[in-house]
Design a protein around this ligand. Structure first.
Ligand code: 6K6
Length: 144
């Protein structure tokens, strides 16, 4: 199974350790095409040599190639929102993970969309349970 993981880059990197944790959970079930999103050094060293067009086209190609899309949506990011919209249009199952603090609300365009699964998470096991349940649900659907 191939996963496309979305997480903020230019929107802010404060949750990079959480992205790394989610990527690790996904890797237990298959290949993560955007493994670099958990690693600041890799983003800086490899992706800075690509133009914005090269990044856009490569990432869209990876979404096409993926089976499931998982997005961490706590840090607002134009790129992540765009990727979610494109993934929906392609008919990909999309899981949006949100861990907002007080006064922090998820965009209505994600929270109110029937085409994505939005899950709020806290820490540790809960995140693992949410991710595993989403994967198993869609693995079963693919096998039918
Ligand atoms: C490195 C440092 C600054 O910019 C870079 C290279 N940029 C990107 N490299 C890889 N993926 C990117 C880059 N910019 C956006 N993306 C994609 O959009 C990722 O797959 C993320 O899920 C999402 C992040 O969008 P922004 O708007 O937060 O950057």
């Amino acid at each position: 199974m191939k996963f496309y993981f979305c997480g903020s880059i230019r929107g802010g990197r404060q949750l990079a350790p959480v992205y790394k944790e989610i990527i690790g959970l996904l890797q237990a079930h298959g290949k993560v095409l955007t493994e670099h999103l958990g690693d600041d050094q890799e983003i800086i060293s490899k992706d800075r040599i690509l133009t914005d067009k090269e990044i856009h086209d490569r990432d869209l190609h990876w979404i096409v190639d993926s089976d499931l899309v998982v997005a961490e949506v706590t840090v607002p990011s134009l790129g992540v929102g765009y990727e979610i919209g494109r993934a929906i249009h392609m008919g990909k199952p999309v899981l949006c993970l949100f861990n907002g603090g007080e006064g922090q609300a998820l965009s209505a365009m994600i929270a109110g969309s029937k085409d994505v699964e939005v899950r709020e998470y806290g820490h540790g096991q809960v995140l693992k349970d949410i991710v595993t349940t989403f994967i198993l649900k869609h693995t079963r659907l693919y096998k039918q």
